[in-house]
Design a binder for this molecule. Structure first.
Ligand code: KG4
Ligand code: ZN
Length: 349
């Protein structure tokens, strides 16, 4: 049994997609504060750029090469040795099966060799905890909006560790829609940041796209229709020889405004439904400037606090995994190295 007032030091490991990451995170149950000791990360973006998306086989192979040096770097940055770690926390799903297997196999091996407890973490919970490491005041019920290349989810959070999915995408994830529209326009990979940058030069009222799933009673999302509308517009402008730098920027601004509006509308409906006091966001798309500004302004009108991760912790990282691990450690929620399994389709509840 773990003493509940013990300060804990966790090694977090994340390899669920195309980021190889390790971090050392401390948590003091007396002050209820997290302390990030290190944040080591290698992104495979340049490897996947030529394919315009993540190539799973190459992702796994690259994780194999990078994971041990990255874990070493996390220890060196934190100026500690493995003796000072209380446990190892690792992402066991959702994600790419090959990628998940690399992280969990390394974590299981180290847990066995170093005689450390092992903790299995849901990747989505890592995105939630990427906010909590800033030690914001926590007010429940909380609403989580997880928006990335693989997920678009609204989650009710009654207390830490208690989650209920309220709505999700019925087709493409919002980040996937950003990436696909960016590709259509010939922008750099990954598309989200490039599209958002170009949108700064465009007019968001230049083109009108349909707002997906407008019905107020549904908390689900849909982005494939929006993406198809952009495709038809691009084809039309191309045939009329009107696709140029300015119309591209206008498309980016108009698409972004519609996608952000859809996210905000559904978030506000969900806030109302559960009486949320706080909204917490995470995943790559939570780095989007327009979304951060507009959502904060809307929530302020209703006296609701928005907690957002620092930009570098919006995308996949091991800091959130280590932080989630610290709380599970204090709740004695362990998995043995023999029994740990991965689940590419793991749900939060
Ligand atoms: O969380 P993440 O690193 O990986 C997944 O779990 O998918 O998110 C990556 C996604 C990509 O689709 C990327 O284009 C998108 O997040 N993204 C953005 C921005 N930065 C990253 N989308 C819109 N605006 C951004 N600033
Ligand atoms: Zn993610």
């Amino acid at each position: 049994m773990i003493k509940k007032d013990k300060k804990v030091t966790i090694l977090g490991i994340e390899t669920s997609c195309d980021e190889t990451a390790a971090a050392i995170v401390c948590y003091d149950p007396k002050t209820q504060k997290f302390n990030i000791k290190s944040h080591a990360l290698y992104s495979q973006i340049s490897l996947h750029r030529q394919y315009g998306g993540v190539y799973p086989e190459l992702a796994s192979r690259d994780h194999v090469e990078k994971i041990l040096p990255i874990i070493n770097e996390s220890l060196t940055q934190a100026k500690i040795t493995n003796d000072e770690i209380d446990a190892i926390a690792v992402t066991a799903g959702p994600g790419l099966i090959g990628s998940l297997l690399i992280g969990t196999t390394v974590a299981r091996t180290l847990a066995y060799l170093w005689q450390k407890p092992l903790i299995s973490i849901n990747h989505l919970e890592g995105h939630i905890y990427s906010n909590l490491v800033q030690n914001p005041p926590l007010q429940f019920p909380m609403l989580g909006l997880i928006i990335s290349g693989g997920h678009t989810l609204l989650i009710a959070i009654d207390k830490l560790g208690s989650y209920k999915t309220l709505g999700q995408t019925l087709d493409d994830a919002v980040g996937e829609a950003f990436d696909k529209v960016a590709k259509l326009l010939g922008l750099d990979y990954p598309g989200g940041p490039a599209l958002s940058k170009l949108a700064d030069n465009g007019d968001k009222n230049a083109f009108k796209f349909p707002l997906p799933l407008r019905r107020k009673d549904s908390l689900d999302f849909s982005f494939s229709g929006l993406k198809t509308s952009v495709l038809y517009l691009v084809r039309k402008l191309e045939s009329e020889k009107k696709l140029n730098d300015q119309t591209k920027a206008d498309i980016c601004a108009s698409f972004q405004a519609t996608a952000v509006k859809s996210l905000i509308t559904k978030t506000l409906s969900a806030v109302e439904k559960i009486g949320a006091k706080t909204v917490i966001i995470g995943g790559g798309v939570s780095a989007n400037k327009q979304l951060r500004q507009d959502l904060e302004a809307e929530l302020k009108k209703h006296n609701i606090t928005l907690i957002k991760p620092v930009i570098e912790l919006c995308t996949d990282n091991a800091v959130g995994i280590g932080a989630a691990g610290a709380i599970k450690f204090l709740n004695n929620d362990f998995t043995s190295w023999k029994e740990m399994t991965v689940n590419p389709n793991a749900k939060l509840n």
